[in-house]
Design a binder for this molecule. Structure first.
Ligand SMILES: *Cc1c(COP(=O)(O)O)cnc(C)c1O
Length: 398
């Protein structure tokens, strides 16, 4: 280790010549061919690839139904609609997530209630959730933070005791398992994102999985203006008539994107295995650094490792997290921070949420750093990250 070398931030030579991003898609020629085939087919949107991709995704996650949507945020909005969340309803979720998890409640006119997380996994703390249930609580939206499944059985017990819907935002967790079950089939509805940094991608894209066929039908109407029939039904019936039954949106995923998804999906297991190998390599190597806490994985679950998030022991350092972040970026290591607690954003602050209300999530936020992880990263890339972390933390050691 070159821990004594001058930091790139101070004019030294960076560990890497070019920036290593924290996440990145993998696209091969088969993916390109799949999209080109659709381009030449005449169907660009809502053709055969949509139903095919939905069926393949449902099979991969072990559920009855998968409903494709324009992006993961639209999937959350659809799930909030499907759960009947409306004005006056309270929905309990985590502050340690991307804003979209909470925003979907606001789209439906509901009130977001943020419950604190567990200190080890940074997933929702089921007892904190239960303490916030009121007669107005309608649903819980759990997140599988960084790709580690949340405490779904304990949260389901809370939901059952109080008659709540349990939704799971599994945007980080496609390919993860929990007590032997694949993420996607346990909560009433589970949502996924198919953004390029997620486990598989369709460019933009999202999915809701459910075992409830009636809900799936309602979500398919919701993604297309609230109209139940599509043009094929009308063609078969020889009629121009259609009926808009509820207020829906245009949240459709195109055939082009579904073709890409169909081509990506078979690679999921290998990619998740590679993410697990990278995580294991990080955890083994970082154990030597006293200023780093590596992620805790509970024994009954296998994460899909969307993110590899370490926490700094700031008492071992002369600087704060922001300085470590800047120094690592200067070394061309694309570190990131996931997440600024959602209620800290100006929009939520203006609604009256106050800093200090979620001490566990907020303390974790102050010292977390996301290290790069994506399936095409090589062992050499991983070693570069470890070397840069050792260099920077060695330099700033107290
Ligand atoms: C990525 C992500 C989303 C949003 O997905 P998009 O496809 O970008 O709309 C929602 N929730 C979480 C936790 C995410 O990581």
């Amino acid at each position: 280790m070159t821990t004594s070398a001058r930091l790139a931030l101070d004019g030294g030579r960076p560990i890497r010549a070019a920036m290593l991003p924290y996440g990145r898609q993998a696209i091969d020629e088969a993916d390109v061919d799949a999209v080109v085939t659709v381009l030449r087919s005449g169907w660009l949107t809502t053709g055969p690839a949509v139903a095919e991709f939905e069926a393949a995704f449902a099979k991969a996650t072990g559920v009855a139904e998968a409903v494709a949507l324009a992006n993961g945020t639209a999937a959350l909005h659809a799930a909030a609609f499907g759960a009947g969340i409306a004005s006056g309803d309270e929905v309990i979720t985590t502050p340690m997530t991307f804003a979209a998890t909470a925003n979907c409640v606001r789209y439906q006119g509901g009130t977001v209630v943020f419950a604190d997380v567990r200190a080890d996994t940074l997933n929702l703390d089921p007892s904190a959730v239960e303490s916030l249930v009121t007669p107005r609580t309608k649903a819980i939206i759990a997140v599988d933070y960084a790709g580690q499944p949340c405490d779904l059985d304990e949260l389901a017990a809370v939901a059952d005791r109080h008659g709540l819907a349990l939704l799971e935002d599994a945007s980080h967790a496609l390919g993860a398992t929990h007590r032997g079950r694949r993420v996607g089939g346990v909560a009433r509805m589970t949502t996924f994102s198919l953004h390029p940094v997620k486990q598989i991608t369709t460019g933009e894209g999202g999915m809701v999985t459910t075992d409830d066929r009636e809900i799936a039908a309602r979500l398919r109407a919701f993604r297309s203006h609230g109209i139940t029939s599509d043009f094929r039904d009308r063609e078969r019936a020889g009629s121009w008539l259609y009926d808009m039954q509820v207020l829906g949106y245009n949240y459709r995923l195109t055939d082009l994107q579904c073709a890409l998804g169909l081509s990506q999906l078979p690679k999921l297991d290998d990619w998740v295995a590679r993410r697990r190998a990278i995580a294991a390599r990080y955890t083994a190597a970082l154990a030597a650094l006293p200023a780093v806490e590596t992620p805790t994985v509970l024994g009954d679950r296998e994460p899909a490792w969307h993110l590899y998030v370490v926490r700094l022991r700031l008492d071992c350092l002369r600087v704060d997290r922001a300085q470590v972040f800047r120094a690592l970026r200067a070394e061309n290591i694309g570190v990131n921070v996931h997440y600024v607690p959602v209620p800290w954003h100006s929009y939520y602050a203006a609604l009256g949420y106050r800093k200090g209300s979620w001490p566990v999530a907020e303390a974790a936020y102050a010292r977390m750093l996301t290290l790069p992880i994506f399936p095409t990263m090589t062992d050499t890339d991983v070693d570069d990250v470890v070397e840069a972390v050792a260099k920077v933390l060695g330099h700033y050691a107290r």
